[in-house]
Design a protein around this ligand. Sequence first.
Ligand SMILES: [Zn+2]
Length: 131
Amino acid sequence: MNDDLRRLKDELGQARATIIALMPDEIRKVLESYLTQKREDAHKWEYEAVERILEFAQPRPAQEMGESLSSTQRTFCPLCERNARPGTSKGYAFPRALFDHLLGRGNLYHCPVFRAALALARDYFGSRGSH
Ligand SMILES: [Zn+2]
């Protein structure tokens, strides 16, 4: 059973690494930048990475994104290209809703790409702390 668990954990780690590897180079560098961080900066790293990902977004006027009730700029997620609401093409209000999507806050769908990066980073920081 322990072997099975270990194998599953390895497989999961590889699947997460594959998600990151499929990202464009510039984005991948940000998502892998935890590798150069100290464990005590882990929390800070999460916010810095989100800030840097926000720079890849291309916010457009709400009207252009089909949102007539708001004047807040909107954008698709630069990582997973999802929308805040399924079945629409209005993207996320920028930057607040995109920020929440990346960190899985509120009731917004947690970005699967950033979620994988967070899990890899937390494993990495966790393993460094216990040795
Ligand atoms: Zn996303």
